[in-house]
Design a protein around this ligand. Structure first.
Ligand code: OAD
Length: 231
């Protein structure tokens, strides 16, 4: 069965109403990374970091998966599919994707500040400042901050290397090591990029098709094409 690996970024959720990071109206235009997304910020300014992720989590309860998430989930009816996402939202899972690897963590989980393996789900949107893990340590968002290692990266490279077709949706390909996943596709494997902007596709050495469309338009059309051509 043809193996399709779908690698997604913030743009796949943009059509659900979630802000991207680096577009002109993106999150990093309104927040400084060093204030909300570094281990130092968590020490120096715990309240602001937790508030930032509480806002992101609250937003998640008010949005729905879009046609791109649904088209990606639907591919599982026809192909062997794995999703690797940089997103911390849960919209792929809510659309029905069953194999999703989160490179940068998950909003709906917290973890112990002492033991990174002690990961717990959070029910609602709000992490209180004094919430503690079972080991007594304070809980922190289960997010990979800038400057931290990406524990799921090795697993993701193996997934990328297993692709017969790679689809890249809505990522600027600006953040490493995540962006380098596209280099793990085997030689000759076709790579489709769905993005209305100008992601850094120069680093992709494989046969490349850039579909310059919003995810909610381009992804269903691409899914239909692949189903017709490869099924
Ligand atoms: P970026 O904000 O860097 O890039 C978003 C991409 O989505 C751009 O290429 C846009 O052109 C594209 N885009 C915008 N609207 C779109 C739409 N409607 N449909 C499809 N594409 C659209 O986001 P990421 O590449 O995901 O990390 O950023 C990577 C990482 O940087 C994130 O995981 C996050 C961030 O800092 C952490 O927080 C650790």
């Amino acid at each position: 069965m043809t193996k399709i690996v779908v690698f997604t970024g913030a743009g796949v959720s943009a059509d659900s109403g979630i802000s991207t990071f680096r577009d002109s109206d993106g999150l990093w235009a309104n927040y400084r990374i060093e204030d909300v997304c570094t281990p130092e910020a968590l020490v120096r300014n715990r309240a602001q970091v937790i508030e930032f992720y509480n806002i992101r989590r609250r937003e998640l309860f008010s949005v729905e998966p879009n046609a791109a998430h649904r088209a990606i989930a639907e591919l599982e009816q026809h192909f062997d599919v794995e999703v690797v996402t940089q997103n911390v939202d849960n919209l792929h899972e809510r659309a029905g994707s069953t194999r999703v690897t989160h490179l940068h963590g998950e909003l709906m989980k917290l973890r112990s500040e002492r033991n990174p393996e002690l990961i717990v789900p959070i029910e609602g949107w709000e992490q209180t400042l004094d919430a503690r893990a079972e080991d007594g340590a304070l809980l922190r968002p289960h997010i990979v901050f800038f400057g931290e290692s990406v524990p799921m990266f090795d697993a993701a490279t193996r997934i990328a290397a297993s692709a017969d077709v790679m689809i890249v949706v809505g990522t600027s390909l600006a953040v490493y090591p995540a962006a380098s996943l596209v280099r793990y596709a085997r030689a000759g494997v076709p790579v489709y990029v769905v993005d209305p902007g100008n992601p850094d596709v120069a680093m992709i050495r494989n046969p490349l098709t850039h579909i310059k469309a919003r995810a909610a338009e381009g992804m269903p059309a691409l899914a239909e094409k692949l189903i017709n051509e490869l099924k």
